[in-house]
Design a protein around this ligand. Structure first.
Ligand code: B1M
Length: 210
């Protein structure tokens, strides 16, 4: 009998082999893939909560996300077979001129951990690339990261270009160390998230808000 509690604990602890073993056992004994997915999502939500409470930090969050990713690789074909799909798709990238990607990668990992499909378009991303990826993948949200005061101003043009492209129902979330809620509001973004953990809740609420 699979031990889903042990799977959750392994992901929270960033225990890669434990999460692979426990996910593998759960799959092998026929546990509903949705239940396995929910267990892993709950583990990453707990990691996010502890990160927000300053009970753990970026390196721990990264190793938990890696443990989840590897268990997820086992689960993905089973989810596909059971026709369980991600809730919706987000395109995530760092704005043009900016090569910082650690925070953006964390945001992408946390979104994936919440059963959201993420198309990561990388760093130094022009508005056209965000638009193209969102259009190709039917994305509900574009997430833009900036770490430099010199590049965050480019977010304004990107938001305007995305709006002008007229992607149906698309929401835009921005974040990164120099970005503030006031700035996000000023440039016409739909949402701002201060960190990778809250990015999940903010993204979900923003997309659900229609
Ligand atoms: Co750069 N760098 N850097 N750098 N770098 C900073 C950002 C800087 C503050 C350092 C400093 O001077 N004190 C400074 C910016 C100053 C400013 O603009 N006011 C700076 C500078 C100046 C530069 C260069 C210009 C240096 C130079 O060449 N003269 C250059 C620029 C290159 C370029 O981008 N074109 C440069 C280069 C680099 C490296 C390549 C060496 C490296 C990046 C490696 C990489 O990312 N792969 C680097 C690094 C590592 C940093 C610091 C040290 C760390 C950034 C980081 O990864 N933090 C940084 C100083 C610092 O922060 N102490 C610095 C950890 C990460 C988890 O946090 O990215 O804030 P953060 O992400 C958080 C939140 O912001 C939020 O969630 C994340 C997790 O909770 N978040 C989002 C982020 N994106 C989000 C998106 C969302 C929502 C939330 O929705 C879409």
């Amino acid at each position: 009998m699979a031990d889903l509690g042990a799977l959750k604990t392994a992901i929270e602890a960033g225990d890669r082999s434990g999460s692979i073993r426990n996910a593998g056992e759960a799959i092998a004994d026929g546990t509903d893939p949705r239940t396995i997915m929910d267990t892993m999502t709950a583990a990453m939500a707990e990691v996010g909560r502890r990160f927000q409470m300053n009970e753990l930090f970026v390196p721990e969050m990264l190793i938990s996300a890696r443990a989840m990713k590897e268990a997820m690789a086992l689960l993905e074909p089973v989810l596909v077979k059971a026709d369980v799909r991600p809730e919706w798709t987000a395109v995530v990238g760092t704005i043009q001129g900016d090569l910082h990607d650690i925070g953006k990668n964390l945001v992408a990992m946390m979104l994936r951990g919440a059963n959201i499909k993420v198309i990561d378009v990388g760093t130094n991303v022009p508005a056209e690339r965000f638009i193209e990826a969102a259009r190709e993948n039917g994305a509900s949200l574009i997430g833009i990261s900036a770490l430099l005061t010199t590049t965050m101003t480019g977010m304004k043009d990107a938001v305007a270009a995305i709006r002008a492209a007229g992607l149906p129902g698309i929401k835009i979330m921005v974040g990164g160390a120099p970005v503030t809620p006031e700035f996000a509001n000023q440039i016409g973004a739909d949402a701002y998230a201060p960190d990778a953990a809250s990015a999940v809740d903010v993204a979900k609420q923003t997309v659900a808000g229609g």
